[in-house]
Design a protein around this ligand. Structure first.
Ligand code: GAP
Length: 451
């Protein structure tokens, strides 16, 4: 994890928030490369969850909501963790997350703890110019409630029939007592949540469907199946709204931990909001002509945890001559940079040629142009960014109008006519073997791994 954190900072993936002021606990900023990776993850999720399906619609709701929402949802009373304070050094800890070796005493000074008290995890702020109890609002701790309170709006405007789902991606905030493990548990993070509304009685079937669907999504992003597992919650672990829940866990460097929770929330939320708002949130069942309250299956994923899992899974070190090559084996769909154009020299005629190649590829892929330092160093830099393909132009290119494509994972190289570059790269990014050549193409260099 330490290597990953330092590489992420060095290459512009993730920085501590407000770095020049010493950071802010459990808050992170995504840099120029990290923001692209994160956007690709969110876009892949949106495509799979909304655009590729006709039973789903999207939403983007406000972070600040009427505080009654959080009374109805149960968060004001039940969204809390047990907090203990050391009587000696006054440090505070989550009582259910103490290391076993501390044996119930303060891990810092060995002091005795106070009795556990419930600590609510919602951040509070004030709306408007008066800071009193009546103006308290919360930063949402989950995006889900924005979906539930819009159930009738969506139903009336989209005319969806059961079963159907509503998806949302957005920021959530939790004043976590214990944070850490880089972006795994932070106080400001992003969620990708689906609330899938079904007929009561079909909920078990849809629960099983979503577990399979979501596991398949992670595998499709290139995460190795052996690093993913499913864990069913025990009765005492269940959240206050949940009938049953399974976590998709990833084998992070610190051990197996939750990537996504898939819960059967039954009719808890719609019922609560009907009671607190006095508004009807029922569904007129076309089969029976009766009003029913749909059940809800909720696959709830963390954007930042998905990014962390992808970084961990793709990170690799391999011997390369006398050095160690560090690289990310990102799946091409989520790689922040797809192609890098590297002129062998900065000489004017070659630079102009390389710029033209760059201009021709930029509309097709996220492409970088890099003409600094030696070609070897530039390859290493692109490996550390996880760029699947580098395109090199040299002085011979000026004569034969050909360029070299180097594959990140194998370091094998082919040489192809410049007019065929974009189509060839497109095919390679879609999974074609590097040695499948376009017309006029030749094999340039066949590497032996670690050679
Ligand atoms: N609406 C249900 C819900 O919020 P959750 O299990 O509390 O369920 C869902 O959160 C996902 O959000 C988690 O699986 C995790 O990926 C992400 N998440 C939750 N708390 C987080 C935190 N403090 N930092 C980063 N990600 C977090």
């Amino acid at each position: 994890m330490e290597k990953l954190v330092s590489l992420c900072q060095r290459r512009g993936f993730i920085f501590p928030s407000s770095d020049i002021y010493g950071g802010l606990s459990a808050c992170w900023d995504y840099g120029p490369v990290g923001v692209e990776l994160k956007r690709n993850v969110k876009e892949a999720w949106w495509r799979a969850s909304v655009q590729d399906r006709d039973d789903m619609v999207g939403l983007d709701t406000a972070i600040l909501m009427n505080p009654r929402v959080w009374e109805a949802s149960g968060h004001v009373t039940a969204f809390s963790d047990p907090l203990v304070e050391c009587k000696g050094c006054h440090q505070r800890f989550r009582a259910d997350d103490l290391p076993p070796e501390a044996e119930g005493r303060c891990p810092s000074c060995g002091g005795e703890f106070t009795e556990p008290q419930q600590f609510n995890l919602m951040f509070k702020t004030f709306m408007g110019p008066v800071e009193d109890a009546a103006s308290v609002v919360y930063l949402r701790p989950e995006t889900a409630q924005g979906i539930f309170v819009n159930f009738a709006n969506v139903l009336n405007t989209s005319r969806k029939r059961l079963p159907f789902g509503i998806a949302q991606v957005g920021k959530s905030f939790r004043n976590e007592i214990t944070t850490g493990n880089f972006i795994f548990r932070s106080r400001e993070f992003e969620q990708m949540e689906i609330e899938y509304f079904v007929r009561p009685g079909s909920d078990d079937e849809w629960f099983a469907y979503w577990v399979k669907e979501r596991l398949g999504w992670y595998a499709g992003l290139g995460i190795r199946p052996e690093n993913l597992r499913l864990r069913q919650h025990t009765e005492d672990e269940l959240a206050h709204y949940s009938r049953c829940c399974s976590d998709i866990e990833y084998n992070f460097p610190m051990g197996w931990a939750e990537l996504e929770g898939i819960a059967n929330r039954a009719d808890y939320d719609l019922k609560q909001h009907m009671e607190y708002s006095g508004k009807g949130l029922t569904y007129l069942d076309e089969e029976t002509n009766k009003h029913i309250i749909p059940y809800v299956i909720e696959p709830s994923a963390g954007v930042d945890r998905t990014v962390l899992a992808i970084l961990c899974d793709a990170y690799d070190e391999e011997p390369d001559k006398d050095e160690i090559r560090v690289l990310f084996h990102f799946h091409p769909d989520i790689a922040p940079v797809k192609v890098a154009v590297l002129p062998l020299s900065r000489k004017e005629n070659l630079a102009a040629f390389a710029r033209d190649v760059y201009a021709s590829l930029r509309p097709c892929f996220a492409t970088q142009y890099d003409d600094t330092q030696s070609i070897g160093r530039r390859y290493r830099r692109q490996d550390e960014l996880g760029t699947p393909y580098c395109v090199t132009v040299d002085f011979q290119s000026l004569e034969d109008n050909m360029a070299t494509i180097r594959e990140r994972d194998t370091m094998n190289q082919i040489r192809v006519p410049v007019p065929a570059l974009a189509a060839t790269l497109q095919n390679k990014l879609a999974g074609e073997d590097i040695f499948v050549l376009p017309e006029g193409g030749v094999i340039w260099k066949e590497e032996t791994k670690g050679g």
